[in-house]
Design a protein around this ligand. Structure first.
Ligand code: SF4
Length: 344
């Protein structure tokens, strides 16, 4: 049995992903398909849960580019690849890095089967197979804090101010557990008013919106809070800001969306040890990792080869298709990958 009253943050995060996949948006019908991923963002800021609201036609067209995400360099090529044969330096905008890296991206895209190239007079010409679609309508970031006490809210408040100032996501939410109090404590914790608050009961996935978020200006330049003083008595330093133009934000958003497309939220098996004999997936939704040795949901960090209780599956389980095509570890991976694929 899963102890829902003592679910760690990692478990709450998985349940939040499942809820978003089933119920997004929290206040009405979805305009299009949604894809959910976890632990994504930029080098400075990582969101717990990322919800992509997608254009249905665009999402179908995106599928032609394969299951794996396209990185920033590949996107630079594919977004500008011409419909007819053209010398690549004429067809693509001047890159911010040497052209030899562009040639590498072209070869990578050709190997992947999503771009055509040929040599004419010693020059590489390229032609697109399909236009890269406009498939992402909105990006929503959710921070999961099942127990939002004052200290956690203070730390989270600074991160959320960063999100609001930069406006990389269209909306930012905090998901927390309901406390049953008349006014949820999360509303009293001084979080930025632009951030929405939803309470989520993780077992039954019942959610209630406590505060609606404001839509952030993703198409306008954003402000990156690069450094802020710690505010101590001896700290008289000024905060440092950088402006991020709208084009750079659009590129970052697309890179995040691509990573979310490739990874989904069930990819935790890639960093955990489903090949341990104590590992299993539990319902509901078949996507809660459970450790029989510890008698609870393990965190992603402790479920590793360094875990003292780790015991690899017996070789006999993995070979000769036990019980069907490999041991339980392989079956867990297959199940999670299948579900991720089905969502797309
Ligand atoms: S024993 Fe350790 S490695 Fe094995 S499932 Fe449990 S936490 Fe993971």
């Amino acid at each position: 049995m899963i102890d829902w009253t003592d679910l760690p943050e990692f478990g709450f995060e998985l349940r939040c992903c499942r809820w978003a996949e089933r119920c997004w948006p929290p206040d009405g019908d979805a305009a299009g398909p949604v894809l959910v991923a976890r632990q994504l963002g930029t080098s400075r800021r990582r969101w717990d849960t990322v919800v992509l609201e997608c254009d249905p036609d665009g999402l179908r067209e995106r599928a032609r580019f394969g299951e794996e995400p396209l990185d920033g360099d590949a996107l630079d090529v594919l977004r500008h690849a011409p419909a007819g044969w053209e010398y690549y330096r004429d067809a693509l905008p001047e890159p911010a890095y040497p052209w030899r890296y562009v040639r590498e991206s072209i070869h990578g895209a050709v190997d992947r089967g999503v771009l055509e190239s040929r040599k004419r007079g010693g020059r590489i010409e390229i032609r697109r197979k399909w236009p890269y679609p406009d498939w992402v309508d909105r990006i929503v970031a959710i921070e999961n804090k099942p127990d939002l006490d004052a200290a956690a809210a203070r730390r989270l408040g600074e991160q959320l101010e960063h999100d609001v100032a930069l406006a990389l996501a269209d909306e930012v939410w905090v998901a927390t557990r309901p406390t049953g109090e008349r006014v949820e404590p999360a509303l009293l914790e001084g979080l930025p008013v632009e951030v929405g608050v939803v309470t989520l009961e993780p077992e039954r996935l019942e959610a209630s919106v406590e505060w609606y978020p404001r839509r952030l200006a993703v198409d306008e330049p954003g402000t990156l809070i690069a450094e802020r003083p710690d505010g101590g008595g001896w700290d008289a330093s000024a905060a440092r800001f950088e402006y991020v133009d709208a084009d750079r934000k659009a590129t970052r958003r697309l890179e995040i969306a691509e990573r979310a497309y490739g990874r989904g939220w069930r990819s935790f098996h890639r960093t955990m040890r489903p090949d341990c004999r104590h590992f299993e997936l539990r319902s509901p939704g078949g996507a809660i990792p459970y450790c029989r040795a510890k008698g609870r949901l393990p965190t992603a960090r402790e479920c590793a080869g360094s875990c003292p209780a780790f015991e690899p599956e017996p070789p006999a389980w993995r070979t000769r298709g036990w019980p069907i095509e490999g041991g339980p570890g392989a079956a867990c991976r297959r199940l999670l990958d299948d579900r991720r694929r089905r969502r797309r």
